[in-house]
Every structure is written in C-alpha cells, then in structure tokens.
Design a protein around this ligand. Structure first.
Ligand code: 5RP
Length: 258
C-alpha cells in the first residue's frame, strides 16, 4: 500500500501532479482525447501519475509506459442521463492488480440520488484494496445541483476519508484551507472545464498554499493549445515551489520557445 502510494505522491515533496484523462468513461468523445498518442504521450514525462480507464490503458498506452496508473473503476452513467450518480464498480480488484495499477479511483456523489450506492462502492473498494495493498482515490463528484463551496466539499471529502479513501480528489473553492483542514488524507484538485491558463495556474498555487497535495488536472492541461508548457508550469508550482506568477512566466517562455 505504502509503496503504491509513494509511486503517486512523491515522498520527498509530499506532492503529486496527476494527469486525468478518464473523462470519456461518461462523456464519450472529448476534445483532444481522440488521438492519445499525439495529445497525451508528450505529457506523461511531466506527470507523476495518469488517471485513466481500462479501455484507454489497453488501447492507447504503451506497455512499457513507466508512468504510474490510477485506474478509474467506476462507471455506468453517461452525460445523456440527468442523474450521473448512478455508477457502480466496473473493474475487479484482481484485474486492477493484473493491470499493475498504483491506485484505483471511483466517484462518490454525496447529496445526489445514488449517494448510498456510490458510498457503498467506495467502502467495498476500500475493503478489497486493503486485502491487495491497493490505495483507493475517491473523486467527490458534484451533481448538477450541488454548490461547489467549502461547506459542501468539506463534507463530501471528509465522508470519503472516513470511509477509508487514501486520497481524495475535489474541486478548488474559496476558503479551501477549511476543506483541507477537515480531511485527514491527501487532497488533490480537479480543474473542471477549460479556463484561461493564468486562472488555472492560480487555482493550483492557491490550493497548494491551502495544504493540498497536488492536482489531478485534465482539460486545463490536455485542452490547452500549449499542453506541454502548461503541464510543466503546473509542475513547477506543485513540485518546485514556483509562485503562480513565476509559473505563468515559465508557461509564456516555454510556449514561445524562449
Ligand atoms: C471525472 C473526473 C476527471 O478526471 C476530473 O474531472 C478531472 O479532470 P478535469 O480537470 O478536466 O475536471 O474524475 O469525474
């Protein structure tokens, strides 16, 4: 368990830059995830871990890829349905071990119609994960009607940690230090829809200052016109103590090739 966790979260810094590319599991086609070799492979050397599905791992990754894998093992809903929370576990723990995953990930929907189902899936994964030494990352997914504030995200992340999640992923929000304070396990932030790079970098910086262990950004990296400069700028904040302004300067100089 500890060895797997240390593959994801650098023990020297206590931080991680995860790259999330699991979106098609409920969104279908997603821009810049059609040709993974072209859009994602160049980002892997700058990622401490990559979060993806079994399908992407099987179809689009090189067997020699050294980047640790966080395997998305929940699914069953699609964006065509109103209720995204109707998810179950899609991959067995045995299969996750066979695929050499460093952690498994699922979404929990606190306050959504299938709250109990997703929380019980988390508990089941944690029970199985303990048997195999496999960490579980809980994504505190936000239903359409849920407000992304510190009160709600604090509640959802704490519930995930109480049920045994080893890492929790959530959204950045105002007063994020309150979310971190109330959650006894490492927190990484998702990025959400694509926003300007400057803003996305500021969110990473503020989350790290508030005590987050890193980020698990997806669209704000792979949908950037300059995705390699962007992940390198994110990395400079998370792993090299850059400020948001210094990271933006790095981004601008890398994108212009200076
Ligand atoms: C979907 C996920 C995604 O991995 C997550 O949303 C991160 O990607 P982005 O930064 O694009 O939001 O867990 O449920």
């Amino acid at each position: 368990m500890k060895n797997r966790l240390q593959r994801i979260i650098n023990p020297k810094t206590g931080h991680t830059v995860m790259l999330a590319i699991d979106h098609p599991y409920f969104q279908g086609q997603v821009s810049n995830l059609s040709n993974i070799r072209e859009s994602i492979w160049p980002l892997l050397p700058y990622s401490d871990a990559v979060m993806l599905t079994r399908g992407t791992l099987r179809n689009s990754m090189d067997t020699g890829m050294p980047t640790p894998v966080v395997l998305r093992v929940s699914g069953g809903a699609s964006i065509l349905k109103d209720d995204l929370s109707d998810e179950e576990i899609t991959v067995s723990m045995r299969e996750a071990v066979r695929l050499n995953a460093s952690a498994v990930a699922l979404s929990v929907y606190v306050g959504a119609p299938h709250e109990k189902q997703t929380l019980m899936s988390l508990s089941k994964l944690v029970n199985e994960g303990e048997e195999y030494g496999m960490p579980v990352l809980a994504v505190t997914a936000v239903g359409r009607e849920m407000v992304r504030d510190a009160r709600y995200l604090g509640l959802a992340t704490r519930i995930a940690a109480e049920l045994g999640a080893h890492i929790v992923k959530t959204y950045y929000c105002e007063n994020f230090e309150k979310v971190v304070e109330g959650c006894p396990v490492p927190i990484v932030i998702a990025g959400g829809k694509k926003i300007p790079e400057e803003e996305a970098l500021k969110n990473v910086y503020e989350a790290i200052q508030a005590g987050a262990s890193g980020c698990d950004y997806g669209r704000n990296i792979f949908q950037s016109e300059f995705s390699v400069p962007m992940i390198r700028a994110v990395r400079s904040i998370v792993q090299e103590n850059y400020t948001a302004d210094e990271a933006l300067e790095l981004f601008n100089s890398l994108k212009t090739g200076k």
